[in-house]
Design a protein around this ligand. Structure first.
Ligand SMILES: Nc1nc2c(ncn2[C@@H]2O[C@H](COP(=O)(O)OP(=O)(O)OP(=O)(O)O)[C@@H](O)[C@H]2O)c(=O)[nH]1
Ligand SMILES: [Mg+2]
Length: 300
């Protein structure tokens, strides 16, 4: 979709965002594009799909691909699928951002580093630098990790404080190919509203049910209708067991009500119109261990 005038200076390409779970990949992508298209939480395994975040500015279209945190623990079908998303995203990237957390580099980080192709520019992004109180530690940490791979740049950032993001964008731009834009100038993602709606509910589920709920719960949009400016969204939260169902519903339905209210507020903000939202909780066990089940729920 080339809506901008022909401009040989224009650059556009794919930027893969990879790293172990919970280092702040999704928070960083949202901060870079200035909109919340990828959900975030303090729990690991928040992102479960490849999510595109697009920003067009300064003669550049940045097409970021947020990926699930690379899984090294349980080898079930869901985790195999999540990891496949990471490896296929890497093969299509013009630039790669390896995200690590300031002060921490362990075996799960090394495993992602081992996946990096040698022929694609890769920038080491040290996120959560706001947490590193003693600035004198940053330099030796950065040097230690930088020595492990021929990174084209090393950029400490803070996604939550939006610190050093301009610097990071400048480093990325250097490596993007000269191409016309692939998306319209005001596009922020290539994902559908239906998909984004499911993600928003999943985020609230993570936030409000907290650590008690196993990560094998998921969200299914049963119906998504639009009439004028009004969206009607019918959602099923799928859990493994009866006990999990009551956790989600909460005392006298209080938790489910909170999940619904907060989801609706976020959807109205993102879609720019009123939303009618109904959420049901259903028990469906074993879906995360089953390839056919995964496909049915939208995992590639
Ligand atoms: N202090 C601080 N916290 C951050 C920063 N960036 C992200 N976080 C927090 O780190 C947690 C994980 O952030 P996410 O963006 O969901 O991490 P992720 O890497 O996408 O996680 P997965 O999708 O599970 O792999 C959240 O609680 C964020 O608020 C940062 O720059 N500073
Ligand atoms: Mg994420």
């Amino acid at each position: 979709m080339n809506e901008l005038p022909d401009n040989p200076e224009f650059r556009c390409g794919y930027i893969a965002i990879v790293g172990r779970p919970n280092v702040g990949k999704s928070t960083l992508m949202n901060a870079l594009i200035g909109a919340k298209v990828s959900i975030t939480s303090r729990k690991a395994q928040t992102t479960r799909h490849r999510i595109t975040g697009i920003q067009t500015k300064d003669n550049t279209q940045f097409v970021y691909i947020d990926t699930p945190g690379f899984q090294t623990r349980h080898a079930n079908a869901l985790n195999r699928t999540l990891n496949r998303t990471v490896t296929t995203t890497l093969t299509a990237a013009d630039v790669i951002l390896l995200i690590v957390e300031a002060g921490t580099f362990g075996a799960p980080d090394q495993q992602v580093l081992d996946l990096l192709p040698k022929n694609v520019p890769c920038i080491l992004v040290i996120n959560k630098s706001d947490r590193m109180k003693d600035k004198a530690i940053m330099m030796p940490f950065a040097q230690k990790v930088a020595a492990l791979f021929p990174f084209t740049a090393v950029v400490p950032v803070s996604a939550t404080l939006r610190f050093q993001l301009d610097n990071l964008e400048g480093e990325i731009r250097k490596h993007l190919p000269q191409n016309p834009p692939m998306f319209a100038e005001d596009d922020i993602t290539d994902r559908s509203e239906k998909f984004l709606a499911a993600e928003i509910v999943r985020e609230k589920l993570f936030r409000f049910v907290g650590d008690e709920l196993p990560y094998t719960s998921t969200v299914l949009i049963e119906k998504f209708e639009q009439e004028g400016n009004l969206r009607r969204v019918f959602v099923a939260i799928l859990v493994d067991r009866d006990g999990h169902k009551s956790m989600v519903i909460g005392n006298k339905g209080a938790r489910l009500k909170e999940i619904s209210t907060q989801s609706r507020i976020d959807m109205e903000k993102l879609f720019g119109g009123p939303v009618y939202l109904e959420i049901w909780v259903k028990v469906k066990s074993g879906w995360a261990d089953n390839e056919a089940g995964l496909r049915a729920y939208g995992y590639e």
